[in-house]
Design a protein around this ligand. Sequence first.
Ligand code: ZN
Length: 257
Amino acid sequence: MEQLLFWKMAFAGGVFVSLFIAERLVRAAPAPQSRERLFRNFGLWLIVVAASPLIVAPITAFGGNHLVWARGPELSIGLVGVAVLVIDLIILDLWTYWLHRAYHRIPIMWRLHEVHHRDEFLDTSSAVRFHLGEVILSAILRLIPITLLAAPLMNVVIFEAILLASALFHHSNVRLPSGFERVLSFFIVTPSIHWVHHHAVRADTDSNYASFLSVWDRVFASRSATQRTPDMKIGAEGVEDLPLFGLLLAPIMRKRL
Ligand SMILES: [Zn+2]
């Protein structure tokens, strides 16, 4: 299992470094010169990284030890194993779509998720900007599909790697050839889709929820008609970004910061 986690981190690290460099070479939108923003985003990420072995990993391991039923070994071999893996990935992606929608629709969940949306620009650093509370809550709620599916830990880790790579990609500020991005966006979530989700207009923020496969927003009628533009205002409507300490406190403050 350590080996699997190593490959997940190596894969995600490779995607991160490639996109981090690419978005500085071919920008889709003019980038602000704020180091403060990167400090906030990576600060939130480092807190999650530090807490993961202590909190998030044990939650996932708990799920692995409390499966509702047990899969037979024949379900993980050869072509059947590949087909089952693909089904697991699709169901976990569908779960992630509805969980994301819940983060926007349920006020107490929005308080946590708003920390991610307060970012006033988007690039690869935005993909790792999440409040620790949201990461813990998502890990707990994800026990529902994992235990119901009796999904092997390997399939869950593969999904996590795909989700992280996808998040790095669709938050990035990399300019892609428009024809290529249009074709790609039919299958997976591209920056042109996800940047609209971060448009500082609530109607657009409450749309384009998909994380990996873009089909879910079409199936569940949550795709915005707004087109991404380089000067689109990014952020959460009606509130500003905060220093790192303020972002950590914002979800539990009675008065909105
Ligand atoms: Zn969101």
